[in-house]
Design a protein around this ligand. Structure first.
Ligand SMILES: [Ca+2]
Ligand SMILES: [Ca+2]
Length: 289
């Protein structure tokens, strides 16, 4: 093996190693790509029923007529658009996805979990005349009022748990603009990140999203699920969502760098690197002979 080939091989190994390490601390629980894993999905088409969870097998049922749109970030070709109307409270969502884990729970970890997604809010409710909160993502439980939500209130992103607690982030939503949001329960502290920057935290009341994840057995996109959803308060939003992921991480190990706020890694990238590395090794081996 000559010197330059050795260097190239070494560099390729380093890149591969680095790429593997980049997302090492996040353990995916559920991952809804909202298009890429749905058979026949194309921009403008009615969303599939169900839409596929490519990790945890919790496929979500379609309600109403959400449709595929162009993806919200690099590495995503498709996302999902919801056109819920706003009215006087209580309004009922007409377009959303929802699913439940049945008799089990969404997580087995007791803390250190998160949810991330890309979102584009198409229109905002008028807080004085229309339903005040518009729900982007909700996790909840069928039998109790445990719904926890990431929602829009008075133009800002807010984290809320019905009848328990809520707190505003300082992030003002711009209609029509995609952004990345990540809520994490990080060692018992609720934190909300937008586009990679922490925009709110709840150190005193970590119950916003309960530390005990066994409160949650349902998840919904663009509406509330759980007990409130069943009571008819299926409050929704006029927005598009993309690349929704529930995850856990080792205590103290969360880094926003491990989320998708810089875009979704192309599935081909690692394969391409591996192919390149094998090619280099073959070349070096042939040269030696
Ligand atoms: Ca996608
Ligand atoms: Ca919409």
């Amino acid at each position: 093996m000559n010197r330059s080939v050795k260097h190239l091989v070494f560099a390729a190994i380093l890149v591969l190693f680095g790429a593997t390490l980049a997302n090492a601390t996040i353990v995916e629980n559920n991952y809804w790509r909202l298009g890429e894993t749905d058979t026949g999905a194309a921009i403008g088409n009615l969303g599939n029923d169900p839409t596929i969870d490519s990790v945890g097998g919790l496929d979500l049922t379609r309600y109403g007529g959400p449709s595929y749109v162009a993806g919200g970030t690099s590495g995503s070709t498709l996302g999902m658009d919801f056109d819920n109307a706003y009215g006087a409270w209580p309004t009922t969502a007409t377009e959303y996805y929802a699913g439940g884990a049945g008799s089990s729970y969404l997580f087995s970890a007791s803390n250190n979990w998160g949810i991330e997604f890309w979102a584009r809010v198409d229109s905002l409710p008028n807080p004085s005349t229309q339903d005040k909160e518009a729900v982007l993502i909700s996790v909840g439980k069928n039998s109790t009022n445990s719904n926890a939500m990431i929602e829009i209130k008075e133009g800002k992103l807010r984290v809320s748990r019905i009848l328990v607690d809520s707190w505003m982030s300082d992030y003002t939503v711009t209609a029509g603009q995609w952004f990345h949001a990540a809520y994490v329960n990080n060692g018992g502290v609720g934190e909300l990140y937008v586009d990679g920057v922490k925009r709110g935290a709840d150190p005193s009341q970590a119950t916003t999203f309960a530390p005990a994840p066994n409160l949650y057995d349902k998840v919904s996109l663009a509406a509330i699920t759980g007990a409130w959803g069943q009571s008819g308060y299926v409050r929704g939003i006029d927005a598009a969502l993309d690349e929704v992921r529930l995850f856990t991480f080792a205590a103290g190990e969360f880094s926003i760098q491990d989320t998708f706020y810089n875009g979704v890694p192309e599935p081909g990238t690692l394969a391409l690197l591996a192919t390149g590395l094998i090619g280099l090794l073959c070349y070096a081996w042939r040269k030696r002979k």
